[in-house]
Design a protein around this ligand. Structure first.
Ligand code: ZN
Length: 376
């Protein structure tokens, strides 16, 4: 298409002694070809390739076969751009498969337009890495409605954890906690929605866009409503800091970069639903967990709810020691609680004095209702 370009890189394959060798890579009209220093030839057709990025520099581009048995890699800065130009038709097909959509006349025409626009933008923004950087920075430019759509799909496709609780005493208690916290969320346009499910699991989560699911096990286990509010502040912070959307973006890589640049977010939503099914949307990196703790503490403090209640919740779970029931799901997705207690206390020390007010919730009455529901 643009003539054969050559790049220095390497190949991973079991037929190579030691599994890998350096190689000269050539981009032809239909495929990526590599000639290794061991004199072996490898080829991956664009239509069969899976693209990936990473390596120590984060700049290594991996071109893999679907079964991942053969990988051609290259760190040359010009490589991804050349790949995008030479393999544009097939990359468009990859975009289509990520989006889980069937190919159609109109669709491929549209994808051509998307890829074409992206290529022009690559030139404008000074290359592929510029494009990636722009995409990362532009997370704030993604409308909240995308988070909401991802959350909605994930909510609908989730494995329902237990029967829905509609009892007003219980549901209103949780709503009261969220109502105290919500005005202090520093992300505009997010609206939280409370769902209570009857399950012995000590757990709660918040999906992108603000759908909160609280398990009765968490309510029963908590000594005070402020402890529950502490857990909720943390979960809501994941939605506020858009950790789910970030995960989706990381998984989609270049596809998202292109889509964001052209303002098309269909792929994000489709992948979000996929991640939602596998519960990956609510398991975050350690960094994200710390960020959620810090954001949660600030929010509790601003809402005049004592953040130490969250720390005391951790202490209580910790004190249960080896006998603690398997039912404590929240701990399994939120490890290292000594470190987290330290984070909470450390963050609190930075904040100005605050007069804390108890939540206007009759906790005994809530506990009574929970018992009655169990007996029913
Ligand atoms: Zn978390």
């Amino acid at each position: 298409m643009y003539g054969a370009e050559e790049f220095e890189g390497g190949v991973f394959h079991e037929s190579i002694v030691g599994g890998r060798a350096s190689a000269t890579i050539e981009l032809t009209a239909g495929s990526v070809k590599a000639l290794t220093s061991t004199d072996q030839k490898f080829e991956i057709r664009y239509s069969e390739c899976v693209l990936d990025m990473g390596g120590a520099s984060g700049r290594m581009v991996f071109v893999r076969t679907q079964d991942r048995k053969l990988t051609i890699f290259c760190e040359d800065r010009r490589f991804p751009k050349a790949l995008q130009l030479d393999g544009s038709v097939e990359l468009a097909e990859q975009l289509a498969s990520v989006r889980g959509l069937r190919r159609s006349e109109a669709f491929s025409w549209r994808m051509w337009l998307v890829v074409g626009t992206a290529v022009c933008l690559v030139a404008l923004f000074g290359g592929y890495y510029g494009l990636l950087a722009v995409a990362k920075a532009s997370i704030n430019a993604v409308p909240i409605s995308v988070d909401e759509q991802i959350g909605k799909l994930a909510f609908e496709s989730r494995t329902v954890e237990g029967p829905k609780i509609n009892d007003p005493i219980i549901v209103n208690a949780v709503k009261e906690m969220v109502a105290r916290l919500e005005p202090h969320a520093d992300l505009k346009g997010l609206s939280f929605e409370v769902h209570v499910v009857n399950s012995k699991d000590v757990n709660a989560y918040c999906l992108p866009g603000g759908k909160i699911v609280v398990f009765t096990g968490l309510l029963k286990k908590s000594k005070t409503p402020e402890q529950v509010a502490g857990v909720l502040s943390h979960e809501m912070s994941h939605a506020i800091r858009r950790h789910g959307l970030r995960r989706v973006m990381e998984s989609l890589g270049i596809v998202v970069a292109i889509e964001l640049m052209v303002g098309d977010v269909g792929g994000l939503v489709a992948l979000g639903a996929e991640l939602g099914k596998s519960a990956a949307l609510t398991s975050y990196s350690r960094e994200a967990e710390t960020e959620a703790d810090i954001t949660g503490v600030r929010m509790l403090h601003a809402a005049a709810i004592d953040p130490l209640e969250l720390a005391s919740f951790f202490e209580m779970l910790k004190d249960e020691g080896p006998e603690f029931p398997i039912a404590i799901k929240w701990l399994s997705t939120h490890p290292q609680h000594d470190e987290r207690i330290a984070t909470i206390r450390g963050e609190l020390a930075k904040l100005p004095p605050q007069e804390y007010r108890e939540l206007d919730i009759d906790w005994e009455k809530v506990q009574q209702r929970l018992k009655e529901i169990d007996a029913e």
